[in-house]
Design a protein around this ligand. Structure first.
Ligand code: P53
Length: 488
């Protein structure tokens, strides 16, 4: 009963939200470095200059249409949270010691591509960048923590975006594979678990997730094809370099957890349609081919994927070893148009559920349903690499932080995951929370929406000492890991 021996408990972060040190150690600029700070009520922006030198800020996390001649770059007087983030770059020893104290078996992190290849185009990697991760992995192994590394977590060298719209262009595949080869070789004895693309189905975010400079469906789907090819080649190459590697894909599974608003069969059909637009990504990476329903969807919508000879073979030969996923919420959809243009009714709260202060439906049972669905669909081990609650924490006069809402969220979700294991027979390899320490929000670029067991003293404008302190949830999660999830 319960979680298997060796269950991989831990926490997860991403370089662009955590690492900082953006101009240090020879790192180049990334897409995420030109994204400004937002908040719950204000969207993030993307900055660029025009050939005549005028400076601009585009609102949102996606670029609708790239103005002719625009170059994305950092501008004076703007706030870019990725530049310092919460400075893991200089705090990694202290932070990893805290992860060890929590009892982590694994720590999921991402490598910043532009720290290894500053523009993405170099022939040779940046040795100083490689040395930084040597030090991080050594520190993890000192405590017996197994690193799990995401190769692409929403971050592309900015030069690739400015040259050719990053993943919209096939040449990005070659740059990515060169980068993968270098980090695989360098870390083949330090890292066993790898993930290719974080939340690959969130490619719909465009600029934020993949550095893309257009967001029409044709471009996005072509870019998705390039990522599928890159992922399959990365799986093959990884297994050649070290047959012991376990390489997974990563799906934003919240987006597959779509409930029909009513029992009207049309609502049910709609929910299927919505979920299929997301499952499709895992279908290609886990099964090795495009599913029939998606090919029909392309046909109906006049979308045409340019494939090269051999692509089908690459996809077939590059299926993943396991499926990793993020889960934050469930969604609902209706066949009625009355509720606005958003088919997922993101603004409508399911009347049976509570929501976070950021409007995210809290649905632990949905988590069990999702795990069951995904395991049945692929028959592959599942690794939960993101689950957590963004909340505004209050620091008491004595410095303590009573985050019982976070404890409750994790208790209910871990219990639901245990049900998936015990009652549904799902094979779950491990679970890493998002995020064990407060980091910059991807969606809003703010600090206020906190996820950690460890508090970081920094506000939305980057003021603060960066001092780390433990919240109440710290001791709670520590016990959960110690008891292998038997005590919640
Ligand atoms: P934040 C939404 C928006 C942006 C990224 O999100 C997202 C999602 C949720 O699917 O995906 C993941 O920070 C992502 C992480 C991110 C986390 O969700 O906006 O993989 O990088 O931080 C939480 O609250």
């Amino acid at each position: 009963m319960g979680f298997k021996e060796g269950f991989l408990w831990g926490g997860a972060t991403a370089a662009n939200q955590y690492e900082g040190g953006w101009k240090e150690g020879g790192r180049g600029a990334a897409n995420t470095d030109v994204m400004t700070k937002g908040s719950k009520d204000k969207t993030r922006g993307i900055t660029y200059i025009m050939p005549d030198g005028t400076e601009h800020l585009m609102e949102g996390v996606a670029v609708k249409e790239m103005p002719e001649g625009a170059t994305f770059q950092v501008l004076e007087g703007q706030e870019y949270p990725a530049h310092r983030a919460v400075d893991f770059y200089h705090h990694y020893k202290e932070d990893i010691a805290l992860f060890a104290e929590l009892g982590f078996k694994t720590y999921r992190m991402s490598i910043s591509w532009s720290r290894i290849f500053p523009t993405g185009l170099e022939e040779k990697p940046n040795e100083e960048g490689l040395r930084f991760y040597d030090a991080v992995f050594a520190e993890l192994h000192k405590y017996g923590i197994e690193p799990m590394v995401t190769l692409h977590h929403f971050e592309v060298p900015l030069e690739l975006t400015n040259r050719w719209g990053a993943w919209a262009d096939r040449r990005t595949v070659d740059c990515f594979i060169r980068y993968c080869g270098v980090v695989y070789e360098r870390y083949k004895n330090q890292v066993k678990y790898w993930l290719t693309f974080n939340e690959i189905n969130n490619i719909y975010f465009g600029f934020l997730s993949s550095g893309m400079t257009a967001d029409d469906t044709q471009t996005v789907m072509q870019a998705a094809h390039h990522q599928f090819i890159a992922s399959a080649l990365a799986v093959k190459l990884g297994h050649q370099i070290n047959p012991e590697f376990k390489i997974g894909c990563m799906l934003a599974a919240s987006r597959c957890t779509v409930y029909p608003e009513t029992c009207n069969p049309q609502d049910v059909q709609n929910a299927w349609e919505q979920a299929n637009r997301q499952y499709f990504f895992a279908d290609v990476q886990c099964r090795g081919y495009y599913p029939a329903y998606q090919l029909k969807y392309f046909e109906r919508n006049g979308i045409w994927i340019r494939m090269e000879t051999g692509d089908e073979k690459i996809l077939r030969e590059g299926t993943v070893d396991f499926l990793s996923l993020s889960y934050y919420r469930s969604m609902i959809t209706s066949s009625e148009k009355k509720k606005g243009s958003d088919p997922l009714l993101l603004g409508v709260i399911n009347p049976y559920l509570r929501a976070t202060d950021w409007g995210i439906a809290i649905d632990p049972l949905g988590f069990r349903i999702t795990l069951h669905n995904l395991f049945d669909r692929y028959q592959l081990p599942l690794m939960v690499v993101e689950n957590g609650i963004g909340a505004a924490d209050t620091v008491e006069a004595d410095g303590s932080i009573h985050d019982d809402y976070r404890i409750e969220f994790f208790r209910e979700h871990i219990r639901a995951m245990r049900d998936a294991v015990e009652l549904d027979g799902v094979d779950v390899m491990g679970y890493t929370t998002w995020a064990p320490i407060d980091i910059v929000s991807a969606g809003t670029g703010e600090m206020k929406k906190r996820y950690g067991f460890v508090y970081v003293d920094m506000d939305d404008s980057g003021n603060g000492t960066l001092k780390r302190s433990k919240k109440d949830s710290f001791a709670w999660y520590q016990k959960v890991i110690a008891a292998n999830g038997a005590e919640l």
